[in-house]
Design a protein around this ligand. Sequence first.
Ligand code: ADP
Ligand code: MG
Length: 340
Amino acid sequence: MDRLDRADRVPAQDARMEDALPAIDTYDEEERRFDDQYEKIERPLLGEGTYGKVYKARAKRTDATVAMKVMKLENQDEGVPSTAIREIALLRQLNHANVVKLQEVFCRPGKLVLVFEFLENDLKKHLKSVDGRLTPSAIKHFLHQLFSGVEYCHSRRVIHRDLKPQNLLVDKDLRLKIADFGLARAFAIPVPKCTHEVVTVWYRPPEILLGSVMYSIPVDIWSCGCIHGEMATGAPLFPGDSEIDTIFKIFQKLGTPSEAVWPGLSDLPCFKGSFPKWPPKGWANIRNTLPQVGPTGIQLLELCMSYDPKSRISARRALSHPYLTDAVDRTTLAASVGGA
Ligand code: ADP
Ligand code: MG
């Protein structure tokens, strides 16, 4: 933490003033010391996303495999922003079986490196490897772990904002851990220029798609619903190629909302009374949802995908919903996955 505290106080130009930081000669030396602890495995890259590259690496001291997220912060001449420092300090305190552990942080003006525990896979790749076919018990097991992690974070007022299968890591024992936490807020929008990935809007809730700026914790619950539906049907629910396309895909499945189900809807900046009016399809008519999650699973899906964010279920209540109360915390489900 003290590295963070130091950077919080020291603007970029002061970094060169050696006597300002008696314990650390220069940022270069500190960076060398940090780099020396890890052996970076350059290929294949684990990921290349919004803020930089994710490498696999070996921690020399413990021989453990880690994931290193190296971020170049453009236009941050003033040093790492203090909002980011605060956010990262918060992330470092998160300690839960279903949240990927942030083990170490290195930062200097213009650069930030986060070291996480390593997990073999993410849920997107895992779904692909089983051809989109999970068994009903595997779906429930993953959703239970997802809500456990989300409940833990929400109780500490940390909102994820970008929950999607690529950001859920899965290990060989099918333990699920939430990754890629909080950085959206730490660095605020706009997304830096280095991005290669088109930011997906498929898991975004209707209040954000319709332009609300007053969104909160329920955004993550919507995304959990999208992930649940995707695990059940084997395909993303709302794969729009733009925000408006995604909104229309939501309306086509869930029905175009009205003021009756969502008070305040017509005041949202991007809502138009002229939107087409689609009737709800009903979950039982959406692919194989019913056999995959049963009537209680559909009920939970509906509670997660309530249009009005105020009436969306909380993660805590989701955990005690009848669909999830019999989800057993098994660490090995390998035998029951992929054979549906
Ligand atoms: P981005 O901001 O680029 O989306 P992420 O933290 O989501 O960054 O990482 C990008 C990808 O790298 C993930 O989708 C995942 O496949 C892989 N990855 C991230 N963290 C880890 C980790 N701790 N262990 C293994 N793979 C990881
Ligand atoms: Mg990500």
